[in-house]
Design a protein around this ligand. Structure first.
Ligand code: GLU
Ligand code: ZN
Length: 276
């Protein structure tokens, strides 16, 4: 049984890029008689959950994309804390009290997600008076697991290279998990077999594969689809003048017709699928 998912964060309305992502996930599952899940990634707090989650459900229904909704992150905080506690017990996490500005100033290289944390706090004694995030000691973790491989449906076998992102945060200063820890645990709990998401998260998968090995989680396959871009090759976002799905819905656009056009690769003017 193939199980895919769409996992939007309720911090803004969905746009065409999200519609594309949901349709890719839905269609891959549907073609194989599988299940397509909607999971609300509200680790930032349930503050915006109710209205935006309702909007997301209505957007998908409007497009004609059928889904099963699974537990949102805000209901799984204890599970994240337990996994973090396990990794801490294994000596694989260390507290980091650096601020964003300190990290930007200390970084020696730029990774796929911005300045790469240079490990400043790995050997520094911890001042418990300062709020701390907990970071994964990636080289210690890799020494534990040995080399890892993962499979992308479009790009084939990948040698996991979690070091590219540096020692990522697993427990945030303000939340019991980071995106990396929460999404990895959730995909396992939801029994996702094919993680469908945009290519912007390709590098994150190296870290997720490492977490699966450390936590003894099942290893799914991944399908990182190309991203929709504005014609000026900027990232597709509302500020570029692309109306949200909710706005399109409110002004009476035909949802299933839009979904079909997206399936055929015929996007609204000014929007293209990135080639790399
Ligand atoms: N919640 C993430 C987002 O809004 C997606 C995470 C994922 O698909 O793994 O972009
Ligand atoms: Zn630090």
């Amino acid at each position: 049984m193939i199980v895919t998912r769409f996992a939007p964060s309720p911090n803004g309305s969905l746009h065409l890029g999200h519609a594309y992502s949901a349709i890719v996930g839905h269609d891959l599952a549907a073609a194989a008689g599988g299940r397509f899940l909607l999971r609300i990634e509200d680790i930032d707090g349930p503050r915006s959950l109710a209205p935006l989650a309702a909007e997301f459900r209505a957007d998908l229904a409007w497009l004609g994309v059928r889904f099963e909704e699974v537990t949102p992150q805000s209901s799984r905080l204890a599970r994240y804390a337990a996994a973090a506690g396990h990794l801490r017990g294994e000596g694989l996490l260390y507290p980091c009290t650096c601020t964003r500005a300190e990290i930007a100033a200390a970084a020696q290289r730029w990774g796929p997600e911005g300045p790469v944390y240079p490990g400043t706090c790995r050997t520094r004694s911890h001042n418990p008076a300062r709020p701390a995030a907990w970071r994964l000691d990636v080289s210690a973790a890799l020494a534990r697991t040995g080399p890892l491989i993962w499979e992308d449906a479009l790009r084939g076998a990948q040698a996991a290279d979690p070091a590219a992102l540096g020692d990522v945060v697993l427990v945030r200063k303000d939340a019991p998990a980071s995106y990396h820890l929460a999404a990895t645990l959730d995909d396992a709990a939801d029994e996702v077999t094919l993680v469908t998401r945009g290519r912007d998260l390709f590098a994150a998968t190296h870290v997720h594969r490492l977490l699966q090995a450390l936590l003894g989680l099942p290893v799914p396959r991944w399908h990182h689809h190309a991203l929709l871009m504005a014609a000026d090759s900027g990232k597709l976002a509302k500020r570029r003048g692309s109306p949200s799905l909710a706005e399109r819905r409110a002004r009476g656009e035909d949802g299933p017709a839009l979904a079909d056009a997206i399936r055929k690769g015929s996007f609204p003017a000014g929007i293209t699928l990135a080639s790399s």
